[in-house]
Design a protein around this ligand. Structure first.
Ligand code: PRP
Ligand code: URA
Ligand code: MG
Length: 209
């Protein structure tokens, strides 16, 4: 579990996107700034190997480089909000999709569709969903990855906000999955929305309701 350092800048970004009166363009712009930080932090959990280069002034630099193949997988719909940022930091990355929707009444996740790289079992996976509430959707998405042969320890879950209920659901079932988040909220309300929360991320990002 990795929580981004709660800097004043990060809290200021959160303040903009938590505001119920935020304009959609601001919601999109500032949540993307946080998503960028989450992805940069998530990349740090991938394997590296030693790699030496020569600098322009003729000295060796004893460095590192990524040592594994990776891919992104977004949990549609809200997870798609993270794809553009992922392409900015990893331009040629393959991106799979898993379509899961919470039932409006029961809040239970339903899996509709998935499309993933053929060789995903050999890759480290950045699994993207900005919301981890009851944990039902994330568990269903991880199940799809495990069934495709991805080892649990190769999954890094990139998440914008979560609650203790979601974290414990995920950690209990899949202790080897790494979670990178920017905020741990107080709790869920009776409708399985996070408090203080952000409302419905997908609706606010894509302009639906
Ligand atoms: C939202 C969100 C997560 C899920 C989290 O999706 O994007 O996928 O809820 O809730 P959970 O942890 O209780 O499962 P939703 O089904 O509302 O679809 P959307 O992405 O289209 O908004
Ligand atoms: N999905 C959201 O978009 N927000 C929540 O608080 C919970 C699930
Ligand atoms: Mg939604």
């Amino acid at each position: 579990m990795h929580l981004l350092p709660q800097t004043r800048q990060l809290r200021a970004l959160h303040t903009i996107i938590r505001d119920r009166t935020a304009r959609r363009e601001d919601f999109v712009f500032y949540s993307r700034r946080i998503i960028r930080q989450l992805l940069e932090a998530g990349l740090n959990f991938l394997p590296f190997e030693s790699w030496e280069v020569e600098t322009p002034v003729g000295r060796k630099y004893d460095g590192l480089r990524f040592s594994s193949q990776i891919c992104g997988v977004s949990v549609v719909r809200a997870g798609e909000s993270m794809e553009a940022e992922l392409r900015e930091v990893c331009p040629s990355i393959r991106i799979g999709k898993i379509l899961i929707q919470r039932d409006k009444v029961t809040k239970l996740p339903r899996l509709y569709y998935s499309s993933l790289p053929n060789d995903i079992a050999k890759r480290h996976v950045l699994l993207m969903d900005p919301m981890l509430a009851t944990g039902g959707s994330a568990l269903a998405a991880i199940q799809v990855l495990l069934e495709r042969g991805v080892p649990e320890e190769n999954i890094v879950f990139i998440n914008l906000i979560t609650v203790p209920e979601g974290i414990s659901a995920l950690c209990k079932r899949h202790p080897a999955v790494k979670i990178v988040t920017s905020s741990i909220e107080e709790r869920l309300n009776e409708n399985a929305y996070m408090l203080p929360g952000i409302g419905d991320f997908g609706d606010r990002f894509f302009g639906t309701d």
